[in-house]
Design a protein around this ligand. Sequence first.
Ligand code: SF4
Length: 60
Amino acid sequence: MAKVVVDAATCVGCGLCEQNCPEVFEMKDDGIAHVKTHTCASCDLKEVAGQCPVTAITVS
Ligand code: SF4
């Protein structure tokens, strides 16, 4: 199973990951993205990670 991590120190809170995959990513009041679950049936999470402008998402 994939493990998805958002580096809180790197995330700039643009919201793109939540826009791309709201199943996995959620923006919270602290202004950064949080990981809700590590799998998504409809997204390629490595692709979503690759679109993060500051490379804050790691999928392993
Ligand atoms: S795409 Fe990257 S910078 Fe933007 S909210 Fe998600 S983790 Fe943060």
